[in-house]
Design a protein around this ligand. Sequence first.
Ligand SMILES: *Cc1c(COP(=O)(O)O)cnc(C)c1O
Ligand SMILES: [Zn+2]
Length: 398
Amino acid sequence: MALSAESTLSHLECGWCQAHYEPDQLWNLCPQCQRPLLARYDLEEARRHVSPQLLAARPPGLWRYAELLPVRDPAHRLTLGEGGTPLLLLPRLGERLGLRHLYAKDESFNPTASFKARGLCLAVSRAVELGAQALAVPSAGNAGSALAAYASRAGVPAHIVLPQDAPAPFRAEMEALGARVTLVEGVITDCARIVEAGAAEGRWFDVSTLKEPYRLEGKKTMGYELAEQFGWHLPDVIVYPTGGGTGLVGLWKAFEELERLGWVEGPRPRLVAVQSSGCAPIVRAFLEGAEVAEPWPNPSTVAAGLRVPSAVGDFLMLRALRESGGTAVAVPDAEILAAMRELGATEGLFVAPEAAATVAALRRLVANGFVAPDDHVVLLLTGSGLKYTHLLASSGEP
Ligand SMILES: *Cc1c(COP(=O)(O)O)cnc(C)c1O
Ligand SMILES: [Zn+2]
């Protein structure tokens, strides 16, 4: 039964130096090399307790994968209805692009209207289970909103450090959700320094992207859901808007676990990282064949969630892209804004600029032959456009 599902979390493993750590205490980065820790499970044990057939009978939402998630005590599994988002066929846009099997995973259905809810749902649940009494993140908008929601749900204070130019609706939302918001002149990496300093003083636990192991576990559930929604097959290509990279790395981790569980077989999807030409450190590093990415100077893009000039998980993203046979694409902001309107007008989806960037990238990938007309392609539409209406000047009708 779903209610008695037990986590099979066995240890944490550093993604860089492979050191192992005891999982039932709070950790941020690997103490030895300051790189991300990854949650590892006893997958043999998991196989004995859960199967695709059993999953099919469970309620929708990401906690259906509880054996493959880190939270031990069901009482600590916070929920606001996250996960279980629709997989939609996009026939009109597909026809425009010359693709017969174009899909979107619409993450705007999540609490606070973006896929950040998946990661923060897990990170907050697990941090509170392990004794954290206050939580903080640097954010471009959506991560802060999601933290605010789940921290409120858990009854612990949330501190969010936001660039001053973050869209106004985010700040209003975070404050309404009970969070403390600090505005900073600068970009997300400047905000991150403030969160780090407060964590070092013991004021809060830092739940920044990939600086604790469990946001990744929430994001990986997108990979589990895709497998389930495609009938335990995987699509050929997944196009993902890349900032800090938890989604990309999480998808790859999901596919690896699904293979080891014996629930899927065959080639894994080719992963495509999309960034804005105004901030494309991962694209540049991928094209140069580098193992890590150099920081991007003066990052600038309307897609706030993609304005991440350097990421602690850079090497994990680059590895996933290469192992998958994928690629990385930068698109200009003008194409991102045009794609927001195109997705809206052709398919009824009003998405965030980060999500729209996938359409602009896909057009290029079809043109250069990376994507073939018969490929099954999934656009990861990571969030709603409702908090970004300032980007769309009205057509001016009175
Ligand atoms: C944060 C964000 C992204 C980037 O996600 P990462 O996991 O940081 O790569 C993409 N789209 C939206 C809407 C976001 O909020
Ligand atoms: Zn390490």
